[in-house]
Ligand binder design. Structure first.
Ligand code: GTP
Ligand code: MG
Length: 299
């Protein structure tokens, strides 16, 4: 009989390189929201990968960037906190982006990490295979990586290789979570995130970054629909206007798109009610950060 293996794996990197996309592929379901806007993820999100003889807990983290708000400080600290007490670190980069100051900054930090660091070169579907050699060569000189694995999180290239390599590396250990558990976050967290994802999808400029979403209540009706009430918080009146849109069209769009995905998540019909509220400069105020789910004790 083979011994059961288990361990924790942190996924870190600059914003927008595809960390959450990889996490979702690992668990085979959307638990982390994704967008083409930088700084999509704000909290640590655990995704549990369970096989007959191994369980790996992956920790998706906010993209590491130069913070401009308290929220940014929270996000970057959250990402760094994931580096503690893990059995492996995946440093993810995007093949179609040059190594920049942001990467070098993360590399400096990774030099102080005890666990093995893997370089995951994502988005290889976007470059010619010949370009990979140059990237590998360049990064190899920056840090001694345990292994370098090029993948495409959207297409699935090399995904099995990555997982196989990691499972092999894990120490002998128990199964921490039941077979059917795929994340540490409650449903209402994912629901609020799915709503925020639709705001990210449909708005631009400063609006996406200024938005928080809080689920106020979630209960099952007599007609077996799940009734969800949620508030979209923005920083300024002008942003509230954008979120509501002409004749309420934008809010309706956000609601329809979010509802469809929430129904997939919950496997039930959903009645979604959305409100919009202005909370001036909430991203710089500790009490609001705490209220909206960005709590220091969650590091
Ligand atoms: N072409 C291509 N696009 C990808 C791949 N992986 C992710 N993307 C896209 O890259 C964008 C960012 O993906 P996310 O998963 O949100 O990136 P992230 O690293 O979690 O970003 P933050 O949460 O902001 O740090 C999305 O538009 C994805 O669809 C890939 O392998 N190939
Ligand atoms: Mg993310």
């Amino acid at each position: 009989m083979t011994e059961h293996k288990s361990g924790f794996v942190a996924i870190v990197g600059r914003p927008n390189v595809g960390k959450s996309t990889l996490l979702n592929r690992i668990v085979g379901q959307k638990i982390a929201i994704m967008s083409d806007k930088a700084q999509t993820t704000r909290n640590k999100i655990q995704g549990v990968y369970t096989t007959d003889d191994a369980q790996l807990i992956f920790i998706d983290t906010p993209g590491i960037h130069k913070p401009k708000h308290r929220l940014g400080d929270f996000m970057v600290e959250t990402a760094y906190s994931a580096l503690r007490e893990v059995d492996a670190v995946l440093f993810m980069i995007a093949a179609d982006e040059k190594r920049g100051k942001g990467d070098d900054f993360i590399i400096e930090r990774l030099k102080t990490v005890d666990s093995p660091v893997y370089l995951v070169i994502n988005k290889i579907d976007k470059v010619h295979p010949d370009e990979l050699l140059g990237i590998i060569d360049d990064y190899r000189q920056q840090l001694s990586f345990k292994e370098i694995i090029p993948i495409s999180a959207t297409e699935g290239n090399n995904f099995e290789t990555l997982m196989g390599t990691l499972v092999e590396q894990m120490p002998t250990g128990p199964q921490y979570f039941p077979d059917d558990q795929i994340t540490d976050h409650p449903e209402y967290f994912i629901v609020s995130e799915l709503i925020r994802e639709k705001v990210l999808l449909l708005t631009r400029d400063e609006v996406p970054h200024s938005v928080a979403v809080v689920v106020d209540s979630m209960k099952r009706n007599e007609n077996d629909k799940v009734h969800i009430q949620a508030t979209i918080i923005v920083e300024r009146d002008s942003q509230k206007g954008i979120i509501i849109g002409k004749g309420g069209k934008m809010l309706k769009d956000i609601g329809t798109k979010a509802r469809r995905e929430i129904e997939l998540l919950l496997g039930d019909k959903v009645f979604l009610e959305l409100w919009v509220k202005v909370q001036k400069d909430w991203r710089d105020k500790q009490t609001y950060l705490t209220d909206y789910g960005y709590k220091k004790e969650d590091y």
